[in-house]
Design a protein around this ligand. Structure first.
Ligand SMILES: [Zn+2]
Ligand SMILES: [Zn+2]
Length: 228
């Protein structure tokens, strides 16, 4: 199994790709996904089961879902496609409903949808499992301010029972972020805020590094484009 960042900028898109002999797994599926995968030899051609785990319903994390499902249909993809999202995530579930309302009768692949809550575990293969962790996140609109909290999950991927990869999605710092990252072989940790502008729904680099030190190795992702 290998993992890599296909793209990650806050407010634009984030997608992490996990490749295995037996499956492809995406952690979030932002806009640009098709451009990101077609020239990536790990991701394309797609000839195995596909798992798509989405952390929350903001467009920069799920905006590529409709395109990707349409792409797989066009290709005549045959293996199962499974989409996992937080229970109550209206944005993601509306995308799926919209897609199925048009294309369900002409899908060449079996489609499965799972709605997850904190502590749920899903089996990918007999050696690979995923556990979901409740995160703490909300949206904001420039000029309007912070909105209500939304369902959001971080995911830990276990390989042979060991925590192989942790992914925070978007979140403020709290106990569950520590539990998610703790003892992971590798962690992808969001760092959208700048140091000195902390809030309860994104991490600063200082907070993200503090979390990262709980893992064996880590990388900060999802910073803002103006701070690249
Ligand atoms: Zn985001
Ligand atoms: Zn977000």
């Amino acid at each position: 199994m290998e993992h890599q960042v296909l793209y990650s900028i806050a407010g634009i898109a984030t997608t992490i790709l996990v490749t295995d002999e037996d499956f492809l797994l995406f952690l979030d599926i932002g806009d640009g996904i098709l451009r990101d995968i077609v020239e990536n030899k790990n991701a394309f051609p797609i000839n195995k089961p596909v798992h798509i785990l989405i952390s929350h319903g903001h467009f920069d994390h799920c905006g590529g879902l409709y395109s990707f499902l349409g792409f797989l249909r066009m290709l005549g993809h045959r293996q199962v496609v499974s989409v996992y999202s937080p229970e109550g995530s209206n944005e993601i579930q509306t995308i799926i409903e919209s897609f199925l309302s048009v294309y369900k009768s002409s899908l060449p692949f079996p489609f499965e949808e799972f709605r997850l809550s904190h502590g749920d575990r899903v089996t990918i293969t007999d050696q690979v499992e995923v556990e979901s962790y409740q995160m703490k996140h909300q949206g904001s609109i420039i000029g309007v301010g912070a909105m209500s909290p939304i369902p959001s999950l971080g995911y830990a991927i276990y390989f042979k029972g060991e925590k192989w990869l942790a992914f925070t999605g978007d979140t403020g710092y709290h106990k569950n972020t520590e539990l998610l990252v703790d003892n992971a072989s590798f962690a992808y940790i969001e760092a959208t805020n700048k140091n000195g502008e902390s809030n309860s729904y994104h991490l600063t680099p200082d907070e993200a590094h503090k979390l990262g030190r709980l893992a064996n190795n880590y990388r900060l992702i999802h910073n803002r484009y103006e701070s690249r």
